[in-house]
Design a protein around this ligand. Sequence first.
Ligand SMILES: [Zn+2]
Length: 257
Amino acid sequence: MNFIQGAFRNGKPLFSRVRRAAEAGLRDALDFAFPRSCLLCGNGFDEGRWLCPVCGRRVRESAAAALHSDPEDFPYLAGERHFDGLAACWEFNPDLEQCVHRIKYSGMERLGRHLGVLAGEILREKQILGTRPDAVVPVPLHPVRRRERGYNQSERIAAGFAGVFGFSVRTDLLARQRATRTQTDLTGEERQKNVSGAFRVLRPDSVRGLTLLIVDDVVTTGATLNACARALKDAGASSVFGFALARPVLRTGAGTD
Ligand SMILES: [Zn+2]
């Protein structure tokens, strides 16, 4: 019995189930490519975009693009700092929170690229980046987490961001060698311990003397960026900067989040 015969055996054609699944997949794919309603307000619109004109404008105008490089810009980061500065496009607001959640947990990887492009355009317009990096390095996911998610959101953001400036993206330099628990519920100190030693440079010869820009979706305490920067600096990178879509609103005197 070949596959075709087997598919129609028992009267219940396997193909109809396969077709239904394929149709559903195609619908999802089309929705992802050309959403029919705004991700933030839900209003329908015709153009193949992610956000309606009103929300798109609000997101663009809420950008607080800045380069943070003073120690007091990282009040939650205890101990030695290994990175040289962080450029972030937004202070975390409900719009960004929703977008980042969609990128990470709703499979909307192309939204990551879209926001990466938008952030790149805004940073370029405001001339935030002073140094041209030799390469952009997305924060790697552990292979198991990457398989579960199907993609690394930081790579998608990095691709959009780097494309605006013509920077090259390198995913072959850094790896996450230890699966770490999600940082969301951890204090600043716990976050540092959680990611300490989690990253490994795959090609130490290739990073020596380079200026690198690490890309992450959100930087909260800077612990992940710091752990990546430490690994890269130990391998001989000369400067390591970070870029994130969003960082928390800085409140002096606030406790760890
Ligand atoms: Zn909207």
